[in-house]
Write a protein that binds this ligand. Sequence first.
Ligand SMILES: [Zn+2]
Length: 282
Amino acid sequence: MSKNPSNAPFSRRSVLKYMASAAAACPTCMSVASALASGKTEAGHGAAKAAKSGGHDAAHWTYGGDTGPQHWGDLNAGNKVCSLGFQQSPVDLRQAIPASPGQISVDYKPTTLRVVNNGHTIQCNTDPGSTMMLDGDKFRLLQFHFHHPSEHAMDGRRFDMEAHFVHINDAGMLAVLGVFIEPGGENNVLAPVWQHMPPSAGPEKKVSSVKIDPVKLLPVDRNYFRYLGSLTTPPCSEKVIWSVFSQPVQASSAQVGQFAGLFDMNARPLQGLHRRLLLKSG
Ligand SMILES: [Zn+2]
């Protein structure tokens, strides 16, 4: 045990405090957060529209070619951190420091199915009332969406898919829960989402007759990796408390294939961890 005061960030309180002050210093981040909080965007961390509402002209971006991840930072003045930032996401989850980064306690409620194809992913917007306590701080669930393949990797391995549950607290901080999805049995919670997901980009589709319970998409084992990172889409704002569960959930190969049929590749390349702490619970 070192006497170095830099040990302080290992405590969960100071990690969160550090994160909060970093966000407060970033006006772009806050404009994203306020757009999210006011419900002006369904983007969550697909923040092109959030950037627009923050005064930037949201540029078209993709996962390949001339507007792909290597160029995101140049597409728009508000995207610079995509290429210049040192706290970017996703990362490879390896050599994590065993720690007690705090308990995640989820209180999700069944929500009416409201599914949108925003051109970058399939996203389910959730009804108000689902919350998560993260180290004593309350975050509200806004939406969840999917990536193929997974964005984060574990020891260099990417999973078939990853779900992101995007939350915000009253201070405008974002907290995202990441859930890996591997091929296996059919996923009953995903089934109605897949059944109704629009095949092309367009407005939200509300299916009043269908309720889904998002908590059933989380793994039984709630051990997780924790680090401070960014949106994984432009404008890549560095204001996200990431918690990625180590235990994957399952979906059938047919379900994975159906999503891949719409989004063959919607995962940002891995970003360097640089000097950040990567903690592992349990
Ligand atoms: Zn995502």
